[in-house]
Design a protein around this ligand. Structure first.
Ligand SMILES: Nc1ncnc2c1ncn2[C@@H]1O[C@H](COP(=O)(O)OP(=O)(O)OP(=O)(O)O)[C@@H](O)[C@H]1O
Ligand SMILES: [Mg+2]
Length: 238
């Protein structure tokens, strides 16, 4: 497994767990969905995996090592996250070129060439490089975000509601980009979303969360998911 979350719990207030004994795995090259109602703890779990907050108990192992045993710099080359709000993640005073150069600053490579080569993979073109985030559409901003995350060639990309602000057509384009990236680079994806249709389309396996617990899990078999709990059956209209 690329990522193994074992028995992880978290509370912000004593005695009120936001996450309760969470077990989640993501295999190499796998696309895993995480769904659940608002407040069920999905983003909290993502933040713990990304070491943006400490876990209270349990263990998170990434690529063979507990995440706390690896330097953050090394970890962030292998594991990246994108959030819903593309605008707030991008420095408004920088051009797209400056935004994309930043994650590569310590790498010995022709950064301009690498960026130009990768632009097409996310459906952007050279002209976008000189624009600032305010001069881009929401879909273009999310493509810049996506490109910034994949420039370092991560093994795992966590997407937290990344298409929720976009219209249906652009959503589909971004999701197809993710599928293509997964197919060509083998990058695994943990895809957090309210949009069950998109999750069913994109993912090989889905976890269902409720009140801080994983209550169900299903793998895609012959293009179908089969859930065991009545909650998830109802959620997915099965
Ligand atoms: N920093 C914090 N301090 C206190 N409580 C928090 C904090 N962050 C999250 N919570 C609480 O943890 C619970 C889970 O929040 P979280 O953001 O993980 O839910 P979510 O499943 O991502 O919801 P949504 O689908 O709306 O994004 C909520 O009850 C929230 O109020
Ligand atoms: Mg959330």
């Amino acid at each position: 497994m690329l990522l193994t979350v074992s028995d992880v719990s978290k509370s912000y207030r004593k005695g009120q767990p936001v996450l309760h004994n969470i077990d989640v795995t993501v295999g190499a090259e796998e696309i895993v969905g995480l769904v659940g109602e608002s407040g069920s703890g999905k983003s909290t779990l993502a933040r713990l995996i990304m070491q943006l907050e400490p876990t209270e108990s349990g263990c998170i192992v990434f690529d063979g090592l507990p995440i706390t045993k690896r330097s953050k710099k090394e970890f962030y080359k292998k594991c990246q996250i994108i959030f819903q709000n593309a605008s707030s993640a991008l420095n408004p005073s920088w051009t797209v070129r400056e935004i994309l150069m930043e994650p590569l600053r310590s790498q010995k490579m022709d950064r301009e060439q690498h960026i130009q080569k990768m632009l097409g993979n996310v459906g952007l073109s050279k002209q976008h490089l000189n624009q600032r985030p305010s001069e881009l559409s929401g879909g273009e901003r999310q493509r810049v975000n996506l490109l910034r995350s994949i420039l370092v060639n991560p093994k795992l990309l966590i997407c937290d509601e990344i298409v929720s602000d976009l219209d249906r057509l652009i959503q589909r384009e971004i999701v197809d980009l993710l599928l293509e990236l997964n197919r060509t680079t083998g990058m695994a994806i943990l895809f957090i979303s309210h949009d069950l249709q998109i999750v069913e389309y994109l993912c090989n396996r889905i976890y269902v969360m409720k009140n801080g617990e994983i209550i169900d899990e299903s793998s895609k078999i012959e293009n179908e998911f089969e859930f065991s709990s009545s909650y998830s059956k109802k959620l997915f209209g099965k």
